[in-house]
Design a protein around this ligand. Sequence first.
Ligand code: FAD
Length: 826
Amino acid sequence: SPRTVIIGAGIVGTNLADELVSRGWSDITVIEQGPLSMPGGSTSHAPGLVFQINPSKTMTLFAKYTVEKFMGLEKDGLNCFNQVGGLEVATTEARVAELYRKLGYAKSWGIEARVIGPAECKDLYPHIDESQVLAGLHIPTDGLARAARAVDLLIERTQAAGVTYLEHTAVTGVLQENGHVTGVETTNGVVEADIVVSCAGFWGVEVGKMAGTDVPLLPLAHQFVKTTPVPALAGKHKLADGATLPILRHQDQDLYFREWGEVYGIGSYAHKPMPYVAADLGPTPEHVDDENMPSRLDFTPEDFEGPWDECRKLLPCLQETEIAESSFNGIFSFTPDGGSLVGESREVDGFWVAEAVWVTHSAGVARAVAEVLTTGRSQYDLADCELNRFEETQLAPAYVSETSQQNFVEIYDILHPLQPKESPRNIRVSPFHARQVELGAFFLEAGTWERPHWYEANAALLDQLPEEWKSPTRDDWSARYYSPIAAVEAWKTRTAVAMYDMTPLRRLEVSGPGAETLLQRLTTGDVSKKPGAVTYTLFLDEQGGIKSDITVARLEEELYQVGANGPVDLAYLRREARKLRAENPALAAEIRDTTGGTCCIGLWGPLARDLIAKVSTDDFTNDGLKYFRGKRATIGGIPVTALRLSYVGELGWEIYASAENGQKLWDVLWEAGQEHGVIAAGRAAFGALRLEKGYRSWGADMTTEHDPYEAGVGFAVKTAKEDFVGKAALEGRSVETSSRRLRCLTIDDGKSMVLGKEPVLSGETAVGYVTSAAYGFTIGKPIAYAYLPAEIGEGDQVEIEYFGQRIPATVTPEPLFDPEMSRLRG
Ligand code: FAD
């Protein structure tokens, strides 16, 4: 097996050693700068609360696995997980609703949970003042990880299996040759390696620098208080850290609680963010103990004054206690979007990162990394924690610092799925931005791009909107970050013509003598067609899971334009291009990200051809440019590339130009379109129109957990092609053999909205979850897509649970709009 170095013997590093060794890897060295008995990182003082439910399916499943693993990790009759259950209380109506939303996640991801009333909260948790509480969410399988014990037992187990541990040894450099890691330099000499995994926790930035890899995390201190002995707990527990009451969260006040023998342990996020730079904390001392470790800072009592009052309100028994001297401010990692950082460096092959990981997710993350290293893929979809998910703009230290601090502040807040950051904003804007502002665009941000969701200018058309296009009034939650103007924009797209800013869509240029070979090898489609051809195709992993969906336009013999999903696709293509070149230097392919230097307008609608004919002498008739073909042309004197595609299902083109020509292009189309009723349209309408057409969105409707047949994109797999990544795994699979299918649901009452991730129930059983949802303006009903067992077919009835309410829905044949494709091919 490959020579593997793991940096850090915290809960992540030791779990990873264990997961690798259990998969048969034998040459593993774990290097730890502190003493193994107490390394001194975040794990050394982690109170170990494990609340499993998370909006991310993957993070929830990571937590579930951690619970299962630690339950079975046992010595001398004591395991590493005290399954006391979890209780989250609500003291506001908004939080009660939030508990129901979380209950929905629990059902979607398969965690048992219940919303209970104040009396039952009191039964479960006699110390609370139930008059403060409106409701609670009880999760029986949550509990307390004995994290330090787990580290000890994992070290013991893996050492017995042959893993080498070097303690008091700091990694000081990451060695590489030809873009591949070759080992590490340490305070005790060089250790050679084929694979290095940094599990350095909040030191991740420093270790990343050694490999020239940005690790976007920020170390922040978080207050952890211990009380003096609580009379009500006297003599209750045998163990010094014993607990029998559920772990408790009071998120309305940014607080959490656990019993700790005779005292309470209390965590507070109700204080200002306190950022640190790991390098400034100095080297780990020779001797580490509870009071003396790099991750532990002095307690700042002034930050706990207000929260302490709140603690005593909810738990009156604390009025008889004081804050103990053992309280501290402990350091751990935060990231720009709150997710973990897991994956291979985009710069250095063989250098991996598994950081910003909570104890809660530690075993799950370790298993996922071990799966990827040993088999090429994980059973979990890793998009939410993928190291390379960030745009370059999001790797800037100032961005990481501001957004990570914001995540600390908002950690227990009720966040709407569309809620934008207030700052930093306006980092990336398209060349149409000035025009969009003039039209009253309402912007939301994604990947640091400002993206219009609707245009207030179109409100003027609301009184012309035909009755059948009007959408029902929404509930408060689904009405947030939404405007009825979207109906106007959908109507005009289907009946006239609209301009959509598609600039943030990632564009990559793949060029050179190896371009065709590279893309043929990585995609499920045939991209060897002549220049002018456009192909919708997939990247699969080795097991046939969908890594991405892309459009590949062959512009020249050795030049492709690829429409991709994000930085992960870019990293993948570059890595595979390096491999191909190493195999055969004659097959060099260059990957260039052209997104920022170019722009794109989606010009779509039945009048799109009338409009374009006025501003271009190029042939945009059906003969001149067929569906799924592309060509270079000139519009209003501006050189463009036009691809005849439409994600909204209408006649038209994605029109690409270089960025400096963007505003002029917009103006030319805008002026010419006036007589055709052209409008600018935003993402709210876009999202609805694409669902009517049944177009899948990667990341929501399909991920690596799904194969093309389940996801309904089997048409993009050309099995006749000689070979491609994932082909062997698909052998024998088809729509018919799939045990689950992505299905189109319509909401029976024609008005109840859902937003995504809600559970779908058949009777009382959760059988799936919503992947995408929108109001279908053209069909006059809300639409939801969901993965359902194959037995549930068209015409069957199910229910979607939204904030605890059951919404009847019907599995409906798809696509709902224009199944004959007459619009697109017209
Ligand atoms: P660490 O435990 O920090 O391990 C990293 C190791 O890498 C360290 O031992 C370090 O010495 C070593 N290292 C770093 N650089 C080098 C180098 N150059 N060479 C050699 N070795 C190196 N999480 C929960 O899930 N539930 C909770 O209730 C919870 N409560 C918390 C309360 C507090 C006060 C704090 C501070 C954190 C809490 N966390 C909790 C978070 C959790 O503790 C951490 O996320 C987790 O322990 C991180 O584990 P790790 O293995 O990644 O990092």
